[in-house]
Design a binder for this molecule. Sequence first.
Ligand SMILES: Nc1ncnc2c1ncn2[C@@H]1O[C@H](COP(=O)(O)OP(=O)(O)OP(=O)(O)O)[C@@H](O)[C@H]1O
Length: 222
Amino acid sequence: MSELVARDLKVRYGEHVALDLASLGDLVVRPGQLLAVTGPSGAGKSTLLWALAGALRPTRGEVGLDGTFITAREQAARLDVSIVPQGNGLASSLTATENVLVPLLSAGVEPAEAAARSDQALALVGLEESGNHLIEELSGGQQQRVALARAFAAQARVLLADEPTSDLDAANRERIVTALRAEAWRGAIVVMATHDPQAAEQTDGELHLDEGTGTWTRPLPA
Ligand SMILES: Nc1ncnc2c1ncn2[C@@H]1O[C@H](COP(=O)(O)OP(=O)(O)OP(=O)(O)O)[C@@H](O)[C@H]1O
Protein backbone atom coordinates (compact mmCIF):
# COMPACT_ATOMS: atom_id res chain seq x y z
CA MET A 1 0.00 0.00 0.00
CA SER A 2 1.18 3.51 -0.81
CA GLU A 3 2.27 5.41 2.30
CA LEU A 4 4.71 7.89 3.77
CA VAL A 5 6.32 6.45 6.89
CA ALA A 6 8.55 8.12 9.48
CA ARG A 7 10.00 5.43 11.68
CA ASP A 8 11.60 6.16 15.06
CA LEU A 9 12.69 9.57 13.85
CA LYS A 10 15.23 11.65 15.77
CA VAL A 11 16.92 14.85 14.60
CA ARG A 12 19.67 16.64 16.50
CA TYR A 13 21.29 19.95 15.66
CA GLY A 14 24.65 19.61 17.42
CA GLU A 15 23.74 18.66 20.99
CA HIS A 16 20.19 19.97 20.70
CA VAL A 17 17.51 17.33 20.11
CA ALA A 18 14.93 19.07 17.91
CA LEU A 19 12.79 16.00 17.24
CA ASP A 20 12.44 12.58 18.85
CA LEU A 21 9.38 10.58 17.81
CA ALA A 22 10.49 7.28 19.42
CA SER A 23 7.44 7.21 21.70
CA LEU A 24 5.12 7.55 18.71
CA GLY A 25 6.08 4.38 16.86
CA ASP A 26 5.65 4.67 13.09
CA LEU A 27 4.11 7.87 11.77
CA VAL A 28 2.15 6.75 8.69
CA VAL A 29 0.31 9.07 6.29
CA ARG A 30 -1.56 7.62 3.33
CA PRO A 31 -2.86 9.03 0.03
CA GLY A 32 -6.07 10.94 0.64
CA GLN A 33 -5.05 12.00 4.14
CA LEU A 34 -4.39 15.54 5.39
CA LEU A 35 -2.30 15.65 8.58
CA ALA A 36 -1.78 18.72 10.77
CA VAL A 37 1.45 19.02 12.75
CA THR A 38 0.92 21.54 15.53
CA GLY A 39 2.85 22.81 18.54
CA PRO A 40 4.49 25.96 19.87
CA SER A 41 7.32 27.79 18.18
CA GLY A 42 10.49 25.68 18.31
CA ALA A 43 8.56 22.43 18.89
CA GLY A 44 10.11 20.76 15.84
CA LYS A 45 7.39 21.14 13.19
CA SER A 46 9.63 22.45 10.40
CA THR A 47 12.30 19.93 11.36
CA LEU A 48 9.81 17.10 10.87
CA LEU A 49 8.71 18.48 7.49
CA TRP A 50 12.29 18.90 6.27
CA ALA A 51 13.11 15.35 7.39
CA LEU A 52 10.04 14.03 5.53
CA ALA A 53 11.21 15.99 2.48
CA GLY A 54 14.64 14.35 2.59
CA ALA A 55 16.26 17.73 3.12
CA LEU A 56 17.87 16.82 6.42
CA ARG A 57 19.29 13.51 7.45
CA PRO A 58 17.82 12.17 10.71
CA THR A 59 20.20 11.29 13.53
CA ARG A 60 18.20 8.11 13.99
CA GLY A 61 15.32 6.41 12.19
CA GLU A 62 14.20 6.68 8.59
CA VAL A 63 11.65 8.08 6.20
CA GLY A 64 10.14 5.86 3.52
CA LEU A 65 7.74 6.42 0.65
CA ASP A 66 6.08 3.31 -0.76
CA GLY A 67 8.93 1.21 0.65
CA THR A 68 11.77 3.38 -0.73
CA PHE A 69 13.98 5.01 1.90
CA ILE A 70 14.35 8.73 1.37
CA THR A 71 17.93 9.80 1.95
CA ALA A 72 18.33 13.06 0.01
CA ARG A 73 16.24 15.99 -1.16
CA GLU A 74 16.98 15.38 -4.86
CA GLN A 75 15.80 11.79 -4.53
CA ALA A 76 12.64 12.88 -2.69
CA ALA A 77 11.95 15.45 -5.41
CA ARG A 78 12.29 12.73 -8.06
CA LEU A 79 9.76 10.70 -6.05
CA ASP A 80 7.40 13.68 -6.26
CA VAL A 81 7.75 14.90 -2.70
CA SER A 82 7.11 18.65 -2.71
CA ILE A 83 7.69 21.10 0.15
CA VAL A 84 6.39 24.64 0.49
CA PRO A 85 8.77 26.20 3.01
CA GLN A 86 7.96 28.93 5.50
CA GLY A 87 9.92 31.53 3.52
CA ASN A 88 8.19 31.23 0.18
CA GLY A 89 11.25 30.32 -1.93
CA LEU A 90 9.96 32.25 -4.96
CA ALA A 91 12.05 34.08 -7.57
CA SER A 92 11.27 37.72 -6.73
CA SER A 93 12.17 39.11 -10.17
CA LEU A 94 9.77 36.77 -11.99
CA THR A 95 6.01 37.14 -12.20
CA ALA A 96 3.60 34.99 -10.22
CA THR A 97 2.70 33.04 -13.37
CA GLU A 98 6.36 32.51 -14.28
CA ASN A 99 7.08 31.16 -10.79
CA VAL A 100 4.36 28.56 -11.23
CA LEU A 101 4.97 27.83 -14.91
CA VAL A 102 8.76 27.54 -15.14
CA PRO A 103 9.13 24.50 -12.83
CA LEU A 104 6.44 22.69 -14.82
CA LEU A 105 8.21 23.38 -18.11
CA SER A 106 11.53 22.30 -16.53
CA ALA A 107 9.85 19.08 -15.45
CA GLY A 108 8.87 18.41 -19.07
CA VAL A 109 5.18 19.25 -18.87
CA GLU A 110 3.89 20.16 -22.33
CA PRO A 111 3.60 24.00 -22.63
CA ALA A 112 -0.17 24.21 -23.20
CA GLU A 113 -0.85 21.92 -20.25
CA ALA A 114 1.68 23.78 -18.10
CA ALA A 115 -0.04 27.09 -18.90
CA ALA A 116 -3.46 25.65 -18.09
CA ARG A 117 -2.25 24.14 -14.81
CA SER A 118 -0.59 27.43 -13.81
CA ASP A 119 -3.76 29.42 -14.49
CA GLN A 120 -5.91 26.92 -12.59
CA ALA A 121 -3.56 26.87 -9.60
CA LEU A 122 -3.42 30.67 -9.37
CA ALA A 123 -7.22 30.79 -9.59
CA LEU A 124 -7.45 28.16 -6.84
CA VAL A 125 -5.54 30.44 -4.46
CA GLY A 126 -7.54 33.51 -5.55
CA LEU A 127 -4.78 35.14 -7.59
CA GLU A 128 -6.18 34.87 -11.10
CA GLU A 129 -5.81 38.64 -11.52
CA SER A 130 -2.23 38.76 -10.24
CA GLY A 131 -0.39 36.41 -12.59
CA ASN A 132 1.45 39.22 -14.35
CA HIS A 133 2.67 40.88 -11.16
CA LEU A 134 6.27 40.49 -10.11
CA ILE A 135 6.65 38.61 -6.82
CA GLU A 136 8.29 41.67 -5.28
CA GLU A 137 5.11 43.65 -6.03
CA LEU A 138 2.92 41.24 -4.03
CA SER A 139 2.13 41.23 -0.31
CA GLY A 140 3.56 38.55 1.99
CA GLY A 141 0.23 36.72 2.03
CA GLN A 142 -0.07 36.89 -1.77
CA GLN A 143 3.46 35.54 -2.12
CA GLN A 144 2.57 32.71 0.23
CA ARG A 145 -0.39 31.87 -1.99
CA VAL A 146 1.80 31.90 -5.14
CA ALA A 147 4.16 29.42 -3.45
CA LEU A 148 1.18 27.19 -2.71
CA ALA A 149 -0.12 27.58 -6.27
CA ARG A 150 3.27 26.42 -7.54
CA ALA A 151 2.97 23.28 -5.40
CA PHE A 152 -0.65 22.65 -6.42
CA ALA A 153 0.25 22.96 -10.11
CA ALA A 154 3.01 20.38 -9.65
CA GLN A 155 0.44 17.75 -8.59
CA ALA A 156 2.90 16.14 -6.20
CA ARG A 157 2.51 12.71 -4.65
CA VAL A 158 3.47 14.12 -1.23
CA LEU A 159 2.81 17.77 -0.37
CA LEU A 160 4.44 19.20 2.76
CA ALA A 161 3.31 22.73 3.61
CA ASP A 162 5.02 24.70 6.39
CA GLU A 163 2.65 27.24 7.98
CA PRO A 164 0.67 27.70 4.75
CA THR A 165 -1.90 30.02 6.34
CA SER A 166 0.36 32.07 8.63
CA ASP A 167 0.11 35.33 6.63
CA LEU A 168 -3.50 34.94 5.51
CA ASP A 169 -6.83 36.43 6.51
CA ALA A 170 -9.73 34.14 7.45
CA ALA A 171 -11.20 33.94 3.93
CA ASN A 172 -7.89 33.03 2.35
CA ARG A 173 -7.11 30.57 5.13
CA GLU A 174 -10.35 28.75 4.28
CA ARG A 175 -9.45 28.83 0.60
CA ILE A 176 -6.03 27.30 1.25
CA VAL A 177 -7.26 24.61 3.65
CA THR A 178 -9.92 23.69 1.07
CA ALA A 179 -7.22 23.49 -1.62
CA LEU A 180 -5.03 21.29 0.60
CA ARG A 181 -8.04 19.08 1.22
CA ALA A 182 -8.59 18.90 -2.56
CA GLU A 183 -4.97 17.79 -2.98
CA ALA A 184 -5.67 14.91 -0.59
CA TRP A 185 -8.87 14.03 -2.49
CA ARG A 186 -6.80 13.93 -5.68
CA GLY A 187 -4.79 11.21 -3.95
CA ALA A 188 -1.85 13.14 -2.50
CA ILE A 189 -0.37 12.61 0.95
CA VAL A 190 -0.62 16.05 2.59
CA VAL A 191 1.12 17.27 5.76
CA MET A 192 0.67 20.81 7.04
CA ALA A 193 2.62 22.37 9.91
CA THR A 194 0.46 25.01 11.54
CA HIS A 195 -0.05 27.29 14.53
CA ASP A 196 -3.61 27.88 13.42
CA PRO A 197 -6.18 25.87 15.46
CA GLN A 198 -8.95 26.59 12.95
CA ALA A 199 -6.86 25.19 10.10
CA ALA A 200 -5.75 22.21 12.20
CA GLU A 201 -9.26 21.18 13.13
CA GLN A 202 -10.21 20.75 9.46
CA THR A 203 -7.67 17.97 8.92
CA ASP A 204 -7.92 14.17 9.26
CA GLY A 205 -5.53 14.03 12.20
CA GLU A 206 -3.42 16.24 14.43
CA LEU A 207 0.04 15.40 15.68
CA HIS A 208 1.06 17.78 18.45
CA LEU A 209 4.78 18.39 18.98
CA ASP A 210 6.29 19.80 22.14
CA GLU A 211 10.05 20.16 22.53
CA GLY A 212 10.47 17.58 19.79
CA THR A 213 8.24 14.84 21.17
CA GLY A 214 4.94 13.97 19.56
CA THR A 215 1.49 13.03 20.84
CA TRP A 216 -1.68 12.49 18.86
CA THR A 217 -4.35 15.10 19.59
CA ARG A 218 -6.42 13.29 16.95
CA PRO A 219 -4.91 10.19 15.34
CA LEU A 220 -5.23 9.68 11.60
CA PRO A 221 -7.71 6.97 10.64
CA ALA A 222 -5.93 3.62 10.13
N1 LIG B 1 19.61 24.75 11.60
C1 LIG B 1 19.44 24.69 12.92
N2 LIG B 1 20.49 24.67 13.76
C2 LIG B 1 20.33 24.59 15.10
N3 LIG B 1 19.13 24.53 15.71
C3 LIG B 1 18.05 24.57 14.94
C4 LIG B 1 18.14 24.64 13.50
N4 LIG B 1 16.88 24.63 13.00
C5 LIG B 1 16.05 24.56 14.06
N5 LIG B 1 16.74 24.51 15.21
C6 LIG B 1 16.19 24.39 16.57
O1 LIG B 1 15.41 23.19 16.60
C7 LIG B 1 14.20 23.39 17.29
C8 LIG B 1 13.03 23.06 16.41
O2 LIG B 1 12.97 24.05 15.37
P1 LIG B 1 11.84 24.03 14.26
O3 LIG B 1 12.15 25.12 13.28
O4 LIG B 1 11.68 22.66 13.74
O5 LIG B 1 10.55 24.41 15.13
P2 LIG B 1 9.09 24.84 14.67
O6 LIG B 1 8.14 24.08 15.54
O7 LIG B 1 8.96 24.68 13.21
O8 LIG B 1 9.06 26.37 15.06
P3 LIG B 1 8.24 27.61 14.40
O9 LIG B 1 6.80 27.35 14.71
O10 LIG B 1 8.78 28.79 15.13
O11 LIG B 1 8.55 27.61 12.93
C9 LIG B 1 14.23 24.82 17.82
O12 LIG B 1 14.72 24.79 19.14
C10 LIG B 1 15.21 25.52 16.90
O13 LIG B 1 15.86 26.57 17.56
